[in-house]
Design a protein around this ligand. Structure first.
Ligand SMILES: Nc1nc2c(c(=O)[nH]1)N[C@H]1C(S)=C(S)[C@@H](COP(=O)(O)OP(=O)(O)OC[C@H]3O[C@@H](n4cnc5c(=O)[nH]c(N)nc54)[C@H](O)[C@@H]3O)O[C@H]1N2
Ligand SMILES: Nc1nc2c(c(=O)[nH]1)N[C@H]1C(S)=C(S)[C@@H](COP(=O)(O)OP(=O)(O)OC[C@H]3O[C@@H](n4cnc5c(=O)[nH]c(N)nc54)[C@H](O)[C@@H]3O)O[C@H]1N2
Ligand code: SF4
Ligand SMILES: [Mo]
Length: 812
């Protein structure tokens, strides 16, 4: 095997350097966290392959996973701590030592804490996979101002599922055993949080003859891999589902017995509710022919219980996303496939079994201080579900600007909010303002648009150099646990946050240090993995552990309660709900429900049934003066309810298969494959405007005219200039722009040759490929400069696909 030498090195490899070692770990080029194997020789990562031990990904990896080495050895990686020397945002930096960085950060944070204002230290994270250490640090500090990105990602869908079944906020269709999969806007072949695990099971189902039907605004690769694709008007998926529900109810295609046993409300009431949603009404709004809606509803019901829905950002990232996903989820209840093999399933563990593997050592309590921004009280369902705090991330920077919460220090970590959040120009203006944010520390592996606006940048080790305990919702319905371990030691002076946070805590002192007693990261994980047979050593050797005695999580609600469970329990004669003892709030604790004389566990909702109707959410709405409908409804998107002039469109967003948000754009391998994001417009719509393929256009976006959203006054948000790609594969009313583009900083690869700045933090690895950057100047535009902050009024999930834009052809 040829050994790739460290660039610049001319020495011949020593004999032992030629030996290839394999190190199991977990990918983090996207959220799916597939098990991987790093192939290492002479201290250098040669390639990444899949770990067959991983029950989710089963040895498969995608192109992004394979591209790991290109991130690890990126010449523009940050390897040294940096202190700003010029004005904030000027891009002028001085290399400093870790000691200097730690001292300044600890002094700043200690002062805030000792002043008794811990909430003035805000922490902004994105896709965090090191949740244990982050929460430990923030809770030990005492700050509640822990901002996340869930509302930017999945909160509407999660809330819809939590409302309906209580136990989980993540559905795991049993695709592999399914015969019919109805897809509302999940791009599982190219994206999706469960990308590889879902895609491999979908393909197996197809080989076994399953039918896949996809509703999409665009001919995605998922749509192309489906048996049927219907091009829908944005924001109408919920109505299509309601119309299918109407067909299923009115034609008696439902599983009446199941519904009358397990549904709240019973079958008749659902039928009554959906009767207004005729397929003809759905056709008028969505463009999907009524005859097809009828036919697909019948096919779906005929395949029950081996049928399931899947949905994702296509259906939920809308102003009406919460209702859309509740309507889609309801279809499964109607045909009685819930929890059944081949049906719509879920699992109580969104990660590993935390009863078996509790966090080691002294765990700090949650903070008692309050954060107005984290509480987001205007959105009644953002934090309504126990242990499932979603928050409303897109209001963080507008609310800081409005001075609703004072911030004295901000730490950004694993999030490039200045690029990935809507109204990103507003985010940037807040980050640049030293009055609003007096001190900003950014922790990142890359020089990002957010780091560009920091005072100190800490170089973080990449996922190939750091430690984590990790797992994802188990697509095979049996939970597992994985270890992310360094496949090579951290490059330069970059460090794992598992070293950074304990050191800052020790330097802040005041008791914080007591929560970090471990001398090394390894000793922490040794303790963490003790309950696993073979412990840490086995985890290091295999990367993954799955309890072989566990069985797939089918139909947990039917489980009979044991005589011990029932000892001392009492039944509410009106509802059949069984109570025993009290919960942590002192309320009677429900343990099950009587079903035809049998005591069963039931669903973990207030009614112990599937809640198509939820009184809990109505009450939550009332507390916040917001009307929430108890049953799923179609709420048209206000700004879409008018005749669009020819030059007005709805701008949607989508993800490119070889890119993941911000984090892959510095990979030269991936950027070479995909480095541009033209505006996709339907050929017929473009013809009306005299726009030809490749023409330049200006896209101008507007805030919705919608009283319930911040500044919902129809005003302009932003403009950008880009080129057009004409296609038949996009809805005539839609302009679709991919979001994985538009970087301004981060080095030549990320910016298509634009950013050549000499940053003292960069790795500066000699890289002959830089001379081969043939795509220099390719158009790559930041979509988030056009998107208004637009949260769903109940949950707060960002409406990514609802922005009204005007388009005009320009000469350039
Ligand atoms: N390659 C890649 N994979 C990723 C990511 C990535 O950035 N790149 N990110 C990861 C993350 S964080 C997430 S949250 C997931 C997201 O995974 P997905 O939700 O599966 O992917 P998206 O591209 O966000 O959106 C899905 C599709 O919705 C379509 N769409 C827009 N409006 C509508 C509509 O009204 N109805 C319907 N039916 N479709 C509509 C878009 O055209 C798009 O193709 O992917 C994860 N995996
Ligand atoms: N217009 C539009 N905007 C969107 C979306 C959309 O569909 N359209 N999707 C939204 C969604 S679903 C999400 S989840 C957010 C995601 O948005 P972010 O959370 O901002 O995106 P990430 O790519 O996860 O990048 C976070 C940071 O992690 C760093 N990083 C950390 N560890 C590593 C590592 O080991 N390797 C590499 N390469 N980088 C690392 C990256 O450098 C990056 O700065 O964006 C949202 N924004
Ligand atoms: S799906 Fe995500 S986690 Fe899996 S290999 Fe691809 S980038 Fe890595
Ligand atoms: Mo996401």
């Amino acid at each position: 095997m040829e050994i790739i030498r460290e660039p610049g090195s001319t020495a011949a490899p020593a004999a032992d350097e030629r030996k290839v070692r394999t190190v199991p770990s977990m990918c983090q080029m996207c959220t799916t966290a597939c098990g991987i194997i790093g192939h290492v020789a002479g201290g250098r990562l040669l390639k990444v392959t899949g770990n067959p031990e991983d029950p989710n990904s089963q040895g498969a990896v995608c192109a992004k996973g394979v591209a790991g080495p290109s991130v690890l050895y990126d010449p523009y990686r940050l390897l040294y701590p940096l202190r700003r020397v010029g004005e904030r945002g000027s891009g002028k930096w001085r290399r400093i030592t870790w000691d200097e960085a730690y001292a300044e950060i600890a002094d700043r944070l200690r002062e805030i804490r000792e002043r008794g204002k811990p909430e003035e230290f805000a922490f902004q994270q994105g896709r965090n996979r090191s949740a244990d250490i982050v929460a430990r640090f923030l809770n030990a500090y005492g700050t509640p101002s822990h901002f996340n990105h869930r509302a930017l990602c999945s909160s509407n869908r999660r809330a819809a599922i939590a409302t309906t079944i209580g136990e989980s906020d993540w559905d795991l269709g049993d695709f592999e055993n399914s015969q019919f999969v109805l897809n509302f806007g999940a791009n599982w072949a190219e994206a999706h949080q469960g990308h590889i695990p879902v895609a491999i099971r979908m393909m197996r189902a197809r080989q076994k003859g399953a039918k896949l039907v996809t509703f999409e605004t665009r001919l995605s690769n998922t749509a192309a891999l489906s048996d049927e694709w219907f091009c829908v008007k944005p924001g109408t998926d919920g109505l299509i589902a309601l119309a299918m529900a109407h067909v299923i109810c009115s034609e008696g295609l439902w599983d009446r017995k199941w519904l009358d046993t397990w549904s709240n409300p019973p079958a008749e009431k659902i039928a009554e509710h959906v009767s207004a949603y005729t397929p003809e009404f759905a056709e008028r709004e969505s463009g999907v022919p009524a005859a097809d809606i009828r036919r697909i509803a019948r096919e779906f019901a005929a395949a029950a219980p081996r049928c399931t829905t899947i949905c994702n950002r296509g259906s939920q990232s809308h102003r009406n996303g919460y209702y859309n996903d509740r309507a889609i989820t309801m279809l499964n209840a109607l045909v009685g496939n819930m929890g059944k093999p081949g049906g719509w399933c879920w699992h109580p563990k969104s990660a590993w079994d935390k009863d078996l593997l509790p966090e080691p050592g002294p765990v700090p309590d949650k903070p008692t201080a309050k954060s107005v921004i984290a509480e987001a009280k205007d959105w009644p369902l953002a934090n309504a579900f126990k242990d499932k705090k979603m928050k409303v991330g897109q209001i963080v920077y507008p609310w800081i600007k409005e001075r609703r919460q004072k911030i004295s220090a901000l730490m950004t970590y694993n999030a490039d909010t200045a690029w990935s959040f809507p109204e990103s120009h507003l985010v940037r203006s807040v980050l640049a303002d030293e009055e609003l944010i007096p001190f900003h520390v950014c922790i990142d592996v890359m020089y990002s648009e957010t780091g560009h606006l920091a005072d100190i940048i800490l170089p973080w080790a990449t996922y190939l150099e750091r430690w984590d305990i990790d797992a994802r919702p188990p697509q095979g319905l049996v939970d597992y646990v994985g270890l992310r371990q360094p496949v090579v030691p951290p490059r330069g002076e970059s460090k794992d946050i598992r070293e950074i946070f304990p050191e800052i805590a020790r330097r802040i002192g005041g008791g914080m240090e007591n929560y970090f007693p471990w001398k090394t990261v390894e000793s922490y994980f040794e303790e963490y993995f003790k309950p696993i047979p073979g412990g840490f050593a086995t985890m290091r050797a295999k990367g993954i552990w799955l309890d072989p005695t566990k069985r797939p999580y089918y139909e947990p609600h039917v489980k009979r309660l044991t005589p011990e469970d029932l000892e001392g329990a009492r039944e509410d004669p009106r509802t059949g709900i069984l109570y025993k003892g009290t919960d942590e709030d002192g309320a009677p604790k429900a343990i099950g429900i009587m079903v035809k004389g049998v005591a069963r566990r039931g669903f973990l909702t207030p009614s112990r049934k599937v809640e198509i109707r939820s009184d809990f959410i109505v009450a939550k709405g009332r507390e916040a003066n917001r009307k929430i409908e108890p049953l799923p409804v179609y709420e048209p998107i206000p700004s879409h309810q008018r005749k669009f002039p020819d030059d007005h469109f709805v701008m949607t967003s989508f993800k490119i298969n070889v890119h993941n948000a911000h984090r892959t754009m510095q990979s030269k391998w991936l950027q070479e494959i995909s480095h541009t994001n033209p505006a996709l417009i339907n050929r017929r719509s473009a013809e009306r405007l005299g726009i030809r393929d490749g023409d330049w256009i200006e896209v101008e976006s507007f805030r919705p005219e919608d009283a319930e959203v911040p500044r919902g006054d129809g005003s302009k948000v932003g403009t950008l200039q880009t080129r057009v790609r004409l296609t038949e594969g996009v809805h005539p009313l839609v302009v679709a722009i991919a979001h994985n583009a538009g970087r301004e900083v981060g080095g030549a690869y990320a910016t298509n040759g634009k950013d050549q700045q000499d940053n003292p933090g960069f790795a500066k690895i000699a890289d002959a490929d830089l001379d081969r950057l043939w795509w220099e100047g390719a158009i790559s535009v930041p979509q988030n400069d056009l998107l208004p902050v637009y949260p769903d009024p109940t949950v707060g999930g960002q409406a990514y696909h609802d922005t009204v834009v005007r388009i005009r052809r320009i000469e350039r």
